[in-house]
Unconditional design. Structure first.
Length: 189
Protein backbone atom coordinates (compact mmCIF):
# COMPACT_ATOMS: atom_id res chain seq x y z
CA UNK A 1 0.00 0.00 0.00
CA UNK A 2 2.80 2.44 0.91
CA UNK A 3 4.56 1.72 -2.40
CA UNK A 4 1.39 2.36 -4.39
CA UNK A 5 0.81 5.61 -2.47
CA UNK A 6 4.38 6.75 -3.15
CA UNK A 7 4.15 5.94 -6.87
CA UNK A 8 0.83 7.79 -7.12
CA UNK A 9 2.37 10.85 -5.43
CA UNK A 10 5.30 10.78 -7.88
CA UNK A 11 2.90 10.62 -10.85
CA UNK A 12 0.80 13.59 -9.72
CA UNK A 13 3.79 15.73 -8.72
CA UNK A 14 3.33 15.55 -4.94
CA UNK A 15 5.83 18.00 -3.41
CA UNK A 16 4.83 18.41 0.24
CA UNK A 17 6.60 16.47 2.96
CA UNK A 18 5.57 12.90 3.64
CA UNK A 19 6.08 12.12 7.32
CA UNK A 20 5.89 8.33 7.01
CA UNK A 21 8.81 6.10 6.15
CA UNK A 22 9.37 4.14 2.97
CA UNK A 23 9.11 0.35 3.07
CA UNK A 24 10.29 -1.81 0.17
CA UNK A 25 9.93 -5.58 0.52
CA UNK A 26 9.30 -8.84 -1.35
CA UNK A 27 11.26 -8.09 -4.55
CA UNK A 28 9.94 -4.49 -4.86
CA UNK A 29 11.91 -2.18 -7.13
CA UNK A 30 11.29 1.42 -6.03
CA UNK A 31 12.66 4.61 -7.59
CA UNK A 32 12.84 7.68 -5.33
CA UNK A 33 12.94 10.83 -7.44
CA UNK A 34 10.76 13.32 -5.57
CA UNK A 35 9.11 13.77 -2.21
CA UNK A 36 10.43 13.74 1.34
CA UNK A 37 10.57 10.63 3.52
CA UNK A 38 11.38 11.62 7.07
CA UNK A 39 11.03 8.64 9.35
CA UNK A 40 13.44 6.46 7.45
CA UNK A 41 13.58 3.71 4.93
CA UNK A 42 13.40 -0.04 5.35
CA UNK A 43 14.43 -2.31 2.51
CA UNK A 44 14.22 -6.08 2.93
CA UNK A 45 13.49 -9.44 1.29
CA UNK A 46 15.30 -8.94 -2.04
CA UNK A 47 13.89 -5.44 -2.60
CA UNK A 48 15.80 -2.64 -4.32
CA UNK A 49 15.47 1.10 -3.78
CA UNK A 50 17.10 3.42 -6.34
CA UNK A 51 17.46 6.99 -5.10
CA UNK A 52 18.06 9.43 -7.96
CA UNK A 53 16.55 12.54 -6.34
CA UNK A 54 14.30 13.66 -3.52
CA UNK A 55 15.15 13.81 0.17
CA UNK A 56 15.48 11.07 2.73
CA UNK A 57 16.27 11.97 6.32
CA UNK A 58 16.91 8.58 7.84
CA UNK A 59 16.03 7.84 11.43
CA UNK A 60 18.14 5.54 13.55
CA UNK A 61 15.90 2.59 12.64
CA UNK A 62 16.54 2.75 8.89
CA UNK A 63 17.56 -0.73 7.82
CA UNK A 64 18.70 -2.65 4.78
CA UNK A 65 18.40 -6.40 5.37
CA UNK A 66 17.51 -9.79 3.90
CA UNK A 67 19.37 -9.45 0.56
CA UNK A 68 18.17 -5.88 0.01
CA UNK A 69 19.97 -3.25 -2.03
CA UNK A 70 19.86 0.55 -1.68
CA UNK A 71 21.41 2.42 -4.65
CA UNK A 72 22.08 6.14 -4.17
CA UNK A 73 23.12 8.40 -7.06
CA UNK A 74 21.29 11.65 -6.36
CA UNK A 75 19.12 13.63 -4.02
CA UNK A 76 19.67 14.69 -0.44
CA UNK A 77 20.26 12.05 2.18
CA UNK A 78 21.28 12.18 5.83
CA UNK A 79 20.96 10.16 9.00
CA UNK A 80 21.97 6.67 10.07
CA UNK A 81 21.45 3.31 8.41
CA UNK A 82 21.82 -0.25 9.67
CA UNK A 83 22.98 -2.88 7.17
CA UNK A 84 22.78 -6.60 7.87
CA UNK A 85 21.53 -9.90 6.45
CA UNK A 86 23.45 -9.85 3.14
CA UNK A 87 22.32 -6.30 2.34
CA UNK A 88 24.21 -3.83 0.17
CA UNK A 89 24.28 -0.03 -0.09
CA UNK A 90 25.78 1.17 -3.39
CA UNK A 91 26.75 4.85 -3.62
CA UNK A 92 27.51 6.41 -7.02
CA UNK A 93 29.67 9.52 -6.92
CA UNK A 94 33.18 10.72 -6.11
CA UNK A 95 35.47 12.09 -3.37
CA UNK A 96 34.52 9.33 -0.92
CA UNK A 97 35.63 9.34 2.72
CA UNK A 98 35.10 7.12 5.72
CA UNK A 99 35.36 9.63 8.55
CA UNK A 100 38.37 11.72 7.48
CA UNK A 101 40.03 8.78 5.69
CA UNK A 102 39.88 9.03 1.86
CA UNK A 103 38.81 5.74 0.27
CA UNK A 104 38.83 4.41 -3.27
CA UNK A 105 36.16 2.69 -5.28
CA UNK A 106 34.74 -0.77 -4.70
CA UNK A 107 33.45 -2.66 -1.70
CA UNK A 108 34.73 -1.33 1.61
CA UNK A 109 37.42 -3.43 3.30
CA UNK A 110 35.91 -3.23 6.78
CA UNK A 111 38.78 -4.96 8.60
CA UNK A 112 41.40 -2.69 7.06
CA UNK A 113 39.37 0.47 7.74
CA UNK A 114 38.93 -0.62 11.36
CA UNK A 115 42.68 -1.34 11.68
CA UNK A 116 43.61 2.21 10.58
CA UNK A 117 41.00 3.81 12.83
CA UNK A 118 38.60 4.97 10.10
CA UNK A 119 35.83 2.70 11.50
CA UNK A 120 34.93 1.63 15.00
CA UNK A 121 34.74 -2.11 15.52
CA UNK A 122 33.27 -4.04 18.40
CA UNK A 123 31.86 -7.49 18.89
CA UNK A 124 28.61 -8.33 20.63
CA UNK A 125 26.25 -10.87 19.10
CA UNK A 126 27.68 -9.72 15.75
CA UNK A 127 30.84 -8.21 14.31
CA UNK A 128 29.83 -4.54 14.31
CA UNK A 129 31.42 -1.76 12.27
CA UNK A 130 30.32 1.86 12.68
CA UNK A 131 31.40 4.97 10.84
CA UNK A 132 30.42 7.76 8.49
CA UNK A 133 30.60 7.61 4.69
CA UNK A 134 30.61 10.93 2.85
CA UNK A 135 31.36 12.34 -0.57
CA UNK A 136 29.68 13.84 -3.62
CA UNK A 137 26.82 12.02 -5.36
CA UNK A 138 26.57 11.73 -9.16
CA UNK A 139 24.12 14.66 -9.26
CA UNK A 140 26.64 16.93 -7.45
CA UNK A 141 24.98 16.88 -4.01
CA UNK A 142 27.23 16.28 -1.00
CA UNK A 143 26.18 13.55 1.40
CA UNK A 144 27.10 12.17 4.80
CA UNK A 145 25.58 8.95 6.17
CA UNK A 146 26.32 7.37 9.54
CA UNK A 147 26.22 3.60 9.27
CA UNK A 148 26.30 0.47 11.37
CA UNK A 149 27.14 -2.80 9.63
CA UNK A 150 26.23 -5.91 11.58
CA UNK A 151 27.74 -9.22 10.50
CA UNK A 152 26.09 -12.03 12.44
CA UNK A 153 27.81 -15.41 12.58
CA UNK A 154 25.85 -18.60 12.10
CA UNK A 155 28.47 -21.30 11.95
CA UNK A 156 31.84 -20.35 10.49
CA UNK A 157 30.71 -17.85 7.84
CA UNK A 158 29.47 -14.35 8.73
CA UNK A 159 26.19 -13.03 7.37
CA UNK A 160 27.81 -10.21 5.42
CA UNK A 161 26.59 -6.75 4.56
CA UNK A 162 28.60 -3.93 3.03
CA UNK A 163 28.84 -0.59 1.26
CA UNK A 164 30.14 -0.35 -2.30
CA UNK A 165 31.39 2.92 -3.79
CA UNK A 166 31.20 3.34 -7.58
CA UNK A 167 32.25 6.24 -9.82
CA UNK A 168 29.65 8.54 -11.25
CA UNK A 169 28.81 7.90 -14.94
CA UNK A 170 30.96 10.73 -16.35
CA UNK A 171 34.14 9.26 -14.84
CA UNK A 172 33.27 5.86 -16.28
CA UNK A 173 32.71 7.43 -19.72
CA UNK A 174 36.06 9.21 -19.60
CA UNK A 175 37.79 6.03 -18.48
CA UNK A 176 36.20 4.13 -21.39
CA UNK A 177 37.26 6.79 -23.91
CA UNK A 178 40.81 6.74 -22.52
CA UNK A 179 40.99 2.94 -22.87
CA UNK A 180 39.67 3.17 -26.44
CA UNK A 181 42.27 5.83 -27.29
CA UNK A 182 45.12 3.68 -25.89
CA UNK A 183 43.82 0.58 -27.69
CA UNK A 184 43.62 2.41 -31.04
CA UNK A 185 47.07 3.94 -30.59
CA UNK A 186 48.64 0.57 -29.71
CA UNK A 187 46.98 -1.32 -32.58
CA UNK A 188 47.64 1.41 -35.16
CA UNK A 189 43.98 1.67 -36.19
Amino acid sequence: MKIKLMLLMMLVGFTSQLQAGLLATNNDNVIVSSGDYYSGITTKKNATVNMVGGTIEMGTISAMRDNAQFNISGGTISGEVYLYGYSQMVVSGSDFHIGTFAVGLGELDLNYLASVGALDYFQTEADTYTGTVSGVLSDGNSFSIDFRILQFRYGSEPETANITLVPEPMSMSLLGLGCLFIYRRNTGK
